[in-house]
Design a protein around this ligand. Structure first.
Ligand code: ATP
Length: 235
């Protein structure tokens, strides 16, 4: 049986002030799968994520999420389970871990205890002010907050920004586990190509707003030289 994608991007153009930063983009991700969006700075990765949650309107093309066209309102999409973790993480530095989580908690979503199961290290930091956590711990908190929103499609922007490679190596497999357990579709923007491909099912490489390479993560891992060339726009 053909499983329909949770998120389907078809012929998308999106940008700023009517000027496209992304053009002709086709990509999709199914429930339980991870799509890695790769590419150098300015390639259009964040722009694609913003369009996927309805924060930027499509100039052309369509985005279908959970079987319906994306709503024009971010809040409406969030209520349907389309959740973005921004690269700024969106945690409140002056509040405790517990208060950060309590603020994110939804009536019909999982409990704080449920999300601690994925990030047990956070449990012992409940009363700590978020500003005193390490970058990796703050990122765990950002992911935990997102999980409280009961995502069906989770879009994660540069999880690894400012983190040590060890912290990233700890976090990415957790995301894989969450996608598997929760049957969640994940779109991951990531600078660490190898790490991203090691947990993703499929990947798209963007350059100057266009998809220059795409395929299964296994396929792209076997063509690392091509992926690197795609980064520099020489494909
Ligand atoms: P990065 O890793 O630097 O975030 P990215 O692949 O996420 O890179 P985007 O942030 O999507 O890239 O940017 C794509 C293009 O859109 C870039 O040329 C960028 O300068 C432009 N851009 C991004 N945000 C805006 C904005 N608010 N207004 C105008 N142009 C923007």
């Amino acid at each position: 049986i053909e499983v329909k994608p949770a998120l389907n991007i078809a012929g998308l153009a999106v940008g700023y002030g009517g000027v496209p930063a992304v053009r002709d983009l086709n990509a999709h991700v199914r429930a339980g799968e991870i799509l890695a969006l790769l590419g150098p700075n300015g390639a259009g990765k964040t722009t694609t994520l913003l369009a996927s949650v309805g924060a930027l309107p499509a100039l052309s093309g369509t985005i279908t999420a959970l079987g319906e066209p994306l709503d024009r309102r971010v809040e409406a999409n969030a209520r349907r389970g389309i959740i973005l973790v921004p690269d700024s993480r969106g945690v409140f530095h002056r509040l405790s871990v517990d208060d950060n989580l309590r603020l994110a908690r939804r009536k019909h979503g999982p409990s704080v205890d449920d999300v601690f199961d994925y990030f047990p290290a956070l449990r012992s930091m409940r009363s700590r002010r978020c500003g005193t956590l390490s970058g990796g711990e703050q990122q765990m908190l950002a992911l935990a907050k997102a999980l409280l929103c009961a995502p069906k499609i989770l879009l994660v922007d540069e999880l690894s920004l400012g983190l040590s490679p060890i912290a990233v190596e700890g976090l990415l497999p957790r995301l894989r586990q969450i996608a598997d357990d929760q049957h969640m579709a994940v779109v991951l923007v990531e600078q660490h190509i190898e790490l991203a491909l090691s947990i993703a099912d499929t990947a798209v490489v963007l350059h100057h707003g266009r998809s220059v390479m795409s395929g299964s993560a296994t396929e792209l891992r076997g063509r690392r030289d091509m992926v690197e060339a795609a980064y520099f726009g020489s494909v």
